[in-house]
Design a protein around this ligand. Structure first.
Ligand code: PRE
Length: 357
């Protein structure tokens, strides 16, 4: 290739980039108009179903060679930046910076959102309930460790609604100041990641004591202070805190996902592929467990999750959490929930929201 040829190709790229920039600005101007129209109708600024439809339409229409996996990431940032023109998007999440909840919030809301770290799950509910952030992100279940009971318990007291779900593939990284395995005299992390890396730790650091701390990000901060600490945290935490990665992806099960919920004050519009979460307490009667599922099975409504938690106020009474496929405004779902209500002492619809991919 000659130098002339290379500069001609670069000129072609500059021309295309100018065109992309022009189109981005045209798009941003339209989004500002959408914002004004929505404000006039008191509609929500953040519309997860519309965002999902945009990603899916563009991925399906992509002729290549631009990689389809990158389309969501690029448009995630375009939408995030556009949304910030409508309204600065504040999102409370379980901090400190670098937690998996931080990564989930970033995946959902992009870099232009104003992410606000909180000390606890109740603090996130509080920020949203008080209107200091329109949305919050909380972890709800992990594919290997099960539910995050703090989050389910919060729904017992809170009137907030689920607005979206986020699925995040979880990979654990061992990190330290020096990046040398031989310097590690203690391994620190949240109890869940420690449990998820149990086998790897037994095989590779059998005599090193394990220390539980409140979050993976806190573990990363501790490793930054003390060279003899190895922290198990996200790749994002290693970058944020400037730690050296000792070993990547040390989780025993590579199919490790955590599901997060976006909580807000409203119920999002129907998207056509939704999920509804319910919470209820049933009257104690023979056969009741069987009967509570009948309204769903006879309408062929798919249940994606059932979970029970002890009711704190009464011993041996339980609250059920049920996820079903469909939106609460879909006729069969409304009918099934009305029927279920007859067997319940109380029933709360925690939200209808677009299903994650
Ligand atoms: O369609 C809307 O309601 C918009 O506000 C526009 C837009 C976008 O940039 O396309 C921005 C934010 C919403 O969450 C969804 C889509």
């Amino acid at each position: 290739m000659t130098a002339d040829n290379l500069s001609a190709l670069r000129q072609a790229i500059d021309d295309i980039d100018d065109h992309i920039l022009d189109l981005l600005n045209q798009r941003a101007s339209v989004v500002v108009e959408v914002g004004k129209a929505k404000a006039g109708q008191s509609k929500d600024f953040y519309v997860p179903s519309r965002e999902r439809a945009i990603y899916e339409r563009l991925t399906a229409a992509n002729p290549g060679p631009f990689p389809s996996e990158a389309i969501r990431k690029v448009f995630r940032e375009i939408i995030s930046a556009s949304l910030s023109l409508e309204q600065p998007m504040k999102v409370a999440f379980l901090g400190p910076q670098g937690t998996f909840t931080h990564a989930a919030a970033m995946q959902q809301f992009g870099f232009s959102a104003q992410l606000m770290p909180q000390k606890s799950i109740p603090a996130i509910f509080e920020e949203v309930a008080r209107g200091r952030a329109p949305y919050g992100v909380v972890p709800v279940e992990n594919s290997t460790e099960g539910v995050v009971s703090h989050t389910l318990d919060m729904f017992m007291e809170s009137e907030l609604k689920i607005n979206a779900e986020i699925m995040l593939g979880i990979s654990h990284f061992l990190m330290s100041r020096s990046g040398r395995m031989t310097d590690i005299k203690k391994v620190v992390s949240h109890p869940q990641p420690l449990a998820q890396c149990r086998k790897w730790l037994e095989e590779n650091l059998p005599d090193v004591p394990l220390v539980d701390v409140g979050s993976t990000a806190l573990a990363a901060q501790m490793a930054l202070e003390d060279e003899s600490f190895g922290a198990i945290a996200s790749e994002m935490a290693a970058t944020l805190y400037g730690l050296q990665v000792v070993k990547e992806r040390i989780e025993d099960n590579p199919n490790n996902f955590t599901r997060f919920l976006v909580i807000g004050t409203n119920t999002p519009e129907r998207s056509g592929r939704d999920k509804t979460s319910l919470m209820f307490n049933i009257k104690d009667q023979p056969g009741i467990l069987y009967r509570m599922l009948e309204p769903f099975s006879k309408r062929e409504i798919n249940l994606s999750k059932i979970e029970s938690r002890p009711m704190k106020k009464k011993a041996w009474e339980y609250i059920f959490f049920l996820d079903i496929e469909g939106h609460i405004d879909d006729e069969p779902i409304t009918a099934a929930v009305t029927e279920l209500r007859d067997y319940c002492q109380f029933l709360k619809v925690l939200g209808s929201y677009p299903r994650a991919r």
